[in-house]
Design a protein around this ligand. Sequence first.
Ligand code: NGQ
Ligand code: ZN
Length: 461
Amino acid sequence: LTGLLEIEHLWTPAGWLSPAFVAIGPDGGVVRVEPVRFREAGAATVERVAGYALPGMPNLHSHAFQRGLAGLAERAAPGGDTFWTWRETMYRFVARLAPEDVEAIAAQLYVEMLRAGYTAVAEFHYLHHDPDGRPYAPPTRMADHVLAAARRAGIGITILPALYAAGGFGGAPPEAGQRRFATDAPALLRLVEALRQTARGDPAARVGAAPHSLRAAPPAALADLLAGLERLDATAPIHVHVAEQRREVEECLAARGTPPVAWLLDHAPVDSRWCLVHATHVGREEIAGIARSGAVAGLCPTTEANLGDGVGPAAALFAAGAAIGIGSDSHVSVSVVEELRWLEYAQRLTGGRRTVLAGRAGGSVGERLWAAALEGGTRAVARPVGAVAPGRRADVVVLDPGHPVLAERAREQVLDAFVFAGDSTCVRDVMVGGRWVVRDRRHPDEGPILDAYRRTLRRLA
Ligand code: NGQ
Ligand code: ZN
């Protein structure tokens, strides 16, 4: 036993526990949770934690390098601005990034994620090669820098090397702006295998894989990837961008005869290992299919708003019993509160009703959203997180009871106050794997990490 916490208020999906005694093992996992101080922990020193503790939130979709572009793509383009013109801007940005730049940007981003209440991230990683499209030596070099950033910040990471075998539904090779991403299934599987060696034995890291999208992964390449992954790790998480933009839905219909989610459900063994990122433009049948499959719908409300994707069908997904989780994707915003709030607000704005995602009468929207995003997010990162419970990682976010937004609220009102009236400044302390990584809103390495980030941005400017 390495530690015993006496937490003033601990939230579990079954309700609040006040106080909660939490024993943490030497590997950073939770060993025991009880409402009273238990005997065999008598010798351990007890650390008192005042405030409201929540299980840390998984961020199920991240392209870390894109944080360096946040706020730089908001000037009107001459011919009109869409997802596709934003993508050109993003490609120009990515063309200049060295592995050290990516590490500097990712480390700063991950510190900000921790401060916002994210304790795990699924990194959808497709920036594989040098600016000319040549593999680095070793080919894991870029991914190694992403993993180093996560380690430096202290966030749990699930890295998903992405297959990018075509430039579009026609199957043509990746275009010039995509050459740093281009891979075939065998090369991608070698990358997955090498990263699995790196992550072996590290409870803070996991490796999966990602066909980037149906556009970028033609059927044969997708099949090769899935067969190879099955041999390496039959439980590995599999993420894919799907049905984000209307244009890609139309192109999929034209090329394959069905819309993207329907195609995937018909042609791939979609199950609870899968995370369908965006799943914005989907019909009733597809939503029912997602729910039946056990796949997680990976919703990224602030990026989907920023890119003009459309409103994800959160209410219909909830009603169908589908799993959902949240991601900050392009990181135009890095805020758990904002993702959850906009999930609900988009439903209110389009439906003309309030408390849409609350579930049962009298239910709290904030609590329902936190619980759902924990469950889906945990499935998507495929690590034992998402609850302060025996067998799970000790990933804990503590809200400050002295914050004005939480002042004089009953514990049952805390999650609604945080999600609808609060922001990341409500988060006071963050623990990942039994180790405090944020205390009093400060990360021990935040100074040097920010300096390195500034140097990178200055060089890129
Ligand atoms: C990405 N991002 O891979 O970073 C994508 C844009 C694409 C989002 N889809 C590129 N939000 O989808 O082709
Ligand atoms: Zn994405």
